[in-house]
Design a protein around this ligand. Sequence first.
Ligand SMILES: Cc1ncc(COP(=O)(O)O)c(C=O)c1O
Length: 440
Amino acid sequence: MNPRNPLDWDAIRHDFPALFRSRNDRPPIFLDNACSTIPCQAVIDSLNDYCLNYPACGERSLHYWGRKVDEEVARARRAIAEFIHAKDPTQIIFVKNSTEGLNLVGRGLHWEKGDVVVTGDREHNSNRCCWEDLGRETGIRRKVIRRDGTHDPGSEFDVNYFLGELAETPRVKLVSLALTSNLDGYTIPSEAIRRVTAYAHSEVLRRDLKDFYVMLDAAQTVPHQAVDVQDLDVDFLAFSVHKMCGPTGLGVCYMKDPDLLERSLITGGGTVANTFDDGRAPIYLRSPQKYEAGLQHWSGILGAGVAADYLKDKMVALSDRELELNRILTEGFMPYHEKEVITILGPLDPAKRGSICTIEVHPRDEQEDMGRFLREEVLSRTDERNLMFRTGDFCVSPYCRHVRGERIARIRFSLYLYNTPDECRTALDVFRPILARRLP
Ligand SMILES: Cc1ncc(COP(=O)(O)O)c(C=O)c1O
């Protein structure tokens, strides 16, 4: 056994009952984990436990079931806080998903015309649409800073370049970056993030600015590697629990100063201490209640805490395991990359791409219909083998469509702790003949 990988991976697979639901006499090979992951048995048990034993509402009802929900929600908030090393559970806001977390911050900050939000060039639409909508509504501007100044698919984050560009951009109020790209799996190193947050926070003092914040879209990071929000010193961080063995439709928005935002995305029941009929504004509660309007996804929240507890001691081994699996995929695809049948997106070293291996299959000629290639040559074969992965532009639309090109078939394999070397080899066995036919 690899000493850095002390977990019993076969036993771990038994924590995920969906892995044993065969179709066409074949077990599922699920390599679409960047989208959502399989819930573990402990999470399924916690959802059942809520529905069977205390199916009531939290934060309002004083009866036994209500008190039990309150207790369990508080426990889940502590578990999530501990998982990302937040100082205090009140910094943890439960939302539907990463998208809602990013929007909560975008809609809650006070914007003035001409304020600037800086993002990268390979952001998920969830870290893009909000800024563009706000641009139209309030006159703010989005500035894109590329990883190293180029659009190169193998580029890495050059922090000196980034800080240089930042220094030349007036009126930046927020830097909002995907910590790990869902397109190619590349993670901005922690040291670079620390320099960006240190720069932002020192600028506030130096230039006597009201605000200069850093937000991380950590949808693809928190599930795969240990993240320490205090060490990174970020102001906001969003992630999705359905990408870390938890229930679907549940996410987290971490806020360093949880009372900073002027308002929540939506307001109403559960967020107010008092309301009036005489025109006075409602008096809102403090965080986290201030942001969690209406009845919550209680069972999902409880499941989030259980998912964090399930993963917390596994993170180092999990990252190593993903690298071992990604290495198998990368080595298998490399001959086709070298012969320019495909491009492996991101740095070629799998250690820099964590759980993701995305390939672009180039069209053979001007005429080839790549949609048809995917349907007739790829999906027909993989579907029958119960092999699941993602195609498309993965919500990174402008970079994929306009920079890389509309006529490319993109295929993303994304891994998690229950995947196996054999599954990766099976995926390669299915893809090799498809790609071999395209060799020059
Ligand atoms: C980097 C990144 N950001 C944001 C999202 C949006 O996540 P959700 O759909 O859970 O809101 C995703 C989803 O894949 C993602 O990969």
